[in-house]
Write a protein that binds this ligand. Structure first.
Ligand code: NDP
Length: 446
């Protein structure tokens, strides 16, 4: 049995009932085989064995009182996966499906993603099985305060700097920050994704979506094409999706779908800037369902209980959640002549779907490269907080653009170097791995 297989067996045995974590580890380990075979130092240094074991994992009770005066109890997590390159960095997810497997898969992906950005950030992730949907603002605030009351002792601007993810946006970051400040008695950059007027970075809210579009543009350049005039389908209607759509409109593409967990809307006339503004209000202020779009805009239809992957398109941008593109969906996309997939979500395509995209040689940007713009701009927020100096919008955007193009170049060239031309899965995984692995070797057995 080869080393990769041996390590995967250990992971399986040590982490029973954690399919998402195993999926993420399998995908990375299988694609970095060539670098492990080429360099004895990684085998001798037991880098793989160390990488798959979180440095620290915190699980805690989050008790809070709802508006009826009843006590509720949720489970909170923070997985501090790897700090070889810098303080742990990665979002918090509030969603009923949150469990150890989900947070560990996200933390594992985060290690390689953060490495790819070129910024000094380790990898972590956290969250709770709390559902902000249908909760009042005061309930969300009480939950966030209770969550931070435990988390605050494990995080800090030089230790671990969380951000948002599914269910954690500007509102939640505000409540979490307020409670941290009160407990620690200091105003520091302990969270990113803060509001602009109290330490947030311009472009941070936009960064994941904008970055996924910049990455798509880089992929298209390799075939001398541009995104202008392309028909695009987007899933999700949250942060990543909204700003993917905004940027696609700005660069002249036409977006015809968005979705939420209830179903998707199809608007053959395109989700224009004005219609997107309506969706942003619907989702960020009124906190309602995407279904209402079809009642409001003529010519649009709502398809309940489905994802948008059967809609004909040139480019697809999954922006909702993990494993949202099944093998059948991948086949449908290819049969409908989709030739570019840029993953703004984390691990949205199942492994058999990824294999199909690679086999058919469509332009495929894996999440850890294509959505790295979010965490990269969080890294820029950390720098601005340390300097106590905000950068203008243009500066942050141009840095984001540069980072996305560098990630693409790095993944592209690494794939070539290891004999997998055009395969950005292999390229991103190896490029991300090498930097972390070398730092781990430099820092000794810790
Ligand atoms: P939001 O909470 O803002 O939006 C999530 C969207 O996805 C909502 O429309 C939600 O619908 C939908 N969704 C969530 N879970 C499911 C599900 N199980 N099935 C169908 N639809 C679902 O989250 P973000 O936009 O921040 O995150 C979306 C993805 O992007 C995630 O994979 C996240 O990890 C990734 N990402 C986010 C970054 C960021 O900066 N925010 C950075 C990098 C990656 P509903 O409201 O009905 O639940």
């Amino acid at each position: 049995m080869g080393l990769v297989q041996q390590v995967l067996e250990i992971v399986k045995k040590r982490n029973p009932n954690e399919p998402e974590f195993l999926q993420a580890v399998t995908e990375v380990l299988e694609s970095i085989r060539p670098v492990i075979q080429r360099h004895k130092k990684y085998r001798d240094g037991k880098v793989l064995e160390r990488l798959v074991e979180p440095e620290r994992m915190i699980q805690f009770r989050v008790p809070w009182i709802d508006d009826k005066g009843e006590i509720q109890v949720n489970r909170g997590f923070r997985v501090q996966m790897n700090s070889a390159l810098g303080p742990y960095k990665g979002g918090l997810r509030f969603h009923p499906t949150v469990c150890a497997s989900i947070i560990k898969f996200l933390a594992f992906e985060q290690v390689f993603k953060n490495s790819l950005t070129g910024l000094p950030m380790g990898g972590g992730k956290g969250g709770a099985d709390f559902d902000p949907k249908g909760k009042s603002d005061t309930e969300v605030m009480r939950f966030c305060q209770s969550f931070m009351t435990e988390l605050f002792r494990h995080v800090g601007p030089n230790t671990d700097v969380p951000a948002g993810d599914i269910g954690v946006g500007r509102r939640e970051i505000g409540y979490l920050f307020g409670q941290y400040k009160r407990l620690a008695n200091e105003f520091t950059g302990v969270l990113t994704g803060k509001a602009r007027n109290w330490g947030g970075s311009l472009i941070r809210p936009e960064a994941t979506g904008y970055g996924a579009v910049y990455f798509a543009q880089e992929m298209l350049k390799t075939r001398d094409q541009s995104i202008e005039g392309k028909i695009c389908i987007v899933s999700g209607a949250g942060n990543a999706a909204q700003f993917t759509v905004e940027k696609l409109n700005q660069v002249g593409a036409k977006v015809v779908t968005m979705s939420d967990s209830g179903g998707f809307i199809y608007d053959k006339n395109g989700i224009t800037e004005e219609k997107l503004a309506w969706i942003m209000h619907l989702k960020n202020v009124r906190r309602r369902r995407i279904k209402e779009y079809a009642d409001h805009f003529r010519g649009a239809k709502y398809v309940a209980g489905q994802r948008p992957w059967s809609v004909k398109c040139d480019c697809a941008f999954p922006c909702a959640t993990q494993n949202e593109i099944t093998k059948d969906d991948a086949k449908k996309l290819i049969d409908n002549s989709c030739y570019l997939v840029s993953e703004a979500a984390n691990m949205p395509t199942v492994p058999a779907g990824v294999d199909l995209f690679l086999e058919k040689k469509i332009l495929f940007g894996p999440g850890k490269a294509a959505n790295a713009g979010g965490v990269a701009t969080s890294g820029l927020e950390m720098s601005q907080n340390s300097m106590r100096l905000p950068w203008p919008r243009e500066e942050v955007d141009s840095r984001l653009r540069h980072i996305m193009s560098t990630i693409h170049k790095n993944a592209w060239e690494t794939a070539e170097e290891y004999g997998y031309p055009g395969n950005l899965v292999v390229g991103a995984n190896i490029a991300g791995f090498v930097k972390v692995a070398d730092a781990m070797l430099d820092q000794g057995v810790v």
